[in-house]
Design a protein around this ligand. Structure first.
Ligand SMILES: Cc1cc2nc3c(=O)[nH]c(=O)nc-3n(C[C@H](O)[C@H](O)[C@H](O)COP(=O)(O)OP(=O)(O)OC[C@H]3O[C@@H](n4cnc5c(N)ncnc54)[C@H](O)[C@@H]3O)c2cc1C
Length: 395
């Protein structure tokens, strides 16, 4: 289990005041939104319950072009040009027309943070705070939104929730497993040294979903994801690890959304898992979190620059979100069909997808849902902190 590096005791001082932008959640979507604001002059505060990069949230596999366009290949651990599909009735190799990489989570987060010029604090967000007027009068357009944290209430006219599927800053009826459209994902991180990116479509591990083995240089991320939240994946993650002859150490898991949700609500912007941006069927959530985080950051920048009102930015970002609805619906349909396939047919179908022209068409259409070209080079890069003057260090 990761050691907790967040501030404790006397280090945990109060937080408050009003910022231009408050980003809650410092993982893929939140850091990407903050990165788009770098150099804008906006006073951006990013908060998370943990230090940046402290708790890994995924198996960290992504199309390589995303790392390239972000200028973050430094975080890459291993690269793959095909996916080996393993079924109960044999294997099929899918020739992907672009490459996949696994990366190191803390390094990627630190590098994304290096591209931001925001400030960061550890704080747990509890929910929305009381509006300044106690909710008695209508809020003027663009008025600051209060966010309650375990270190105090922080306000900002532009508030972002990138805290994952719980969607902490949303109001309305609770969205809880097993009734909500959430998949389950769990994995172990034993020592590495393998070459193949493997996906297991086999009811031995999960009736609806898949298992994976993603090598990352010195470790492998081996896990099981179930589209059905009622299916418990821990025992079969152990079975898969045993079949692969690896240790069950370094557990990591979470619920994974598989349905697109509104990306705005009551003045708050949502991106990544909080808006259901994880792609159904593949449970690929990092690329869309970065993609929608970038789109959101651009809208926030336009508000800060005076090119849009907050209300127009909310409407523009929601319309961008909804323009992806049909892709998410298609993948969700495929996610529902896959488990109904007779197991004997899975390998022949995968072998068909393995035909180069079909693979190129299918994988390129899939990549285009959140294309790497959308990611732009960094605008400003945080410089290394000035060394402390010797006198101050000595003191
Ligand atoms: C086992 C597993 C393996 C996966 N593997 C892959 C993969 O290989 N490739 C891929 O593309 N996707 C993968 N996914 C999906 C992917 O991890 C998510 O879709 C992605 O992490 C979403 O990014 P995000 O920035 O929205 O949220 P997250 O990465 O979940 O980050 C949320 C952040 O919010 C913080 N936070 C949460 N609550 C609070 C609070 N109350 N107060 C303050 N901070 C808070 C958290 O500490 C965290 O830093 C996997 C998921 C699982 C569960």
């Amino acid at each position: 289990m990761a050691t907790r590096a967040t501030k404790r005791g006397s280090e945990r001082t109060g937080l408050g005041g009003t910022r231009d932008v408050l980003v809650c959640g410092a993982s893929f979507a939140g850091l990407m939104a903050a990165r788009e604001l770098a150099g804008s002059g906006a006073d951006v505060l990013v908060i998370d319950r943990y230090e940046i990069g402290e708790r890994q949230t995924s198996a960290c596999a992504i199309p390589t072009a995303y790392l390239e366009n972000l200028g973050l290949l430094e975080a890459e651990k291993q690269r793959f040009s095909s996916v080996l599909i393993r079924t109960a009735h044999g294997s099929a190799r899918l020739p992907v027309p672009w490459e996949f990489s696994t990366f190191d989570y803390p390094t990627l987060c630190e590098l994304l943070w290096r591209d931001c010029d925001a400030t960061f604090e550890t704080a747990k967000v509890n929910g929305r705070g009381e509006p300044p007027n106690g909710g008695l009068a209508a809020e003027p357009e663009g008025a600051p939104i209060a966010v309650e944290t375990d270190r105090g209430v922080i306000s900002a006219p532009l508030v972002v929730d990138t805290m994952g599927w719980k969607r902490v800053l949303a109001s309305g009826s609770p969205y809880q497993p097993p009734d909500a459209p959430l998949s389950r994902g769990l994995e172990v991180h034993p020592g590495g040294g393998r070459d193949e990116l493997e996906v297991f479509i086999n009811r031995k591990y999960v009736p609806a979903g898949y298992g994976w083995s993603f090598p990352a240089d010195d470790e492998i991320r081996v896990g099981v994801g179930s589209f059905d939240p009622r299916f418990h994946v821990r025992p079969t993650t152990e079975t898969l690890a045993e079949d692969l002859g690896v240790e069950t150490i370094g557990w990591q898991g979470n619920w994974i959304p598989h349905k697109l949700r509104p990306a705005t609500g009551q003045g708050v912007f949502f991106a990544g898992d909080s808006a259901g941006h994880c792609l159904p069927l593949t449970a690929e959530g990092i690329r869309p979190a970065l993609y929608f985080g970038a789109a959101l950051g651009r809208e926030l920048r336009a508000v800060h620059d005076g090119r849009r009102t907050r209300e127009r930015a909310l409407a523009g970002y929601e319309s961008f979100n909804r323009s992806h609805q049909r892709h998410f619906d298609w993948l969700l349909r495929a996610q529902k069909i896959l488990p109904r396939f007779p197991p004997r047919l899975v390998r022949p179908v995968m072998a068909t997808v393995g035909i180069r022209r079909i693979a190129d068409f299918a994988f390129n259409a899939y990549l285009d849902i959140a294309p790497p070209e959308f990611i732009q080079p960094v605008r400003a890069r945080r410089t290394a902190p000035e060394p402390e003057p010797e006198a101050a260090v000595a003191a």
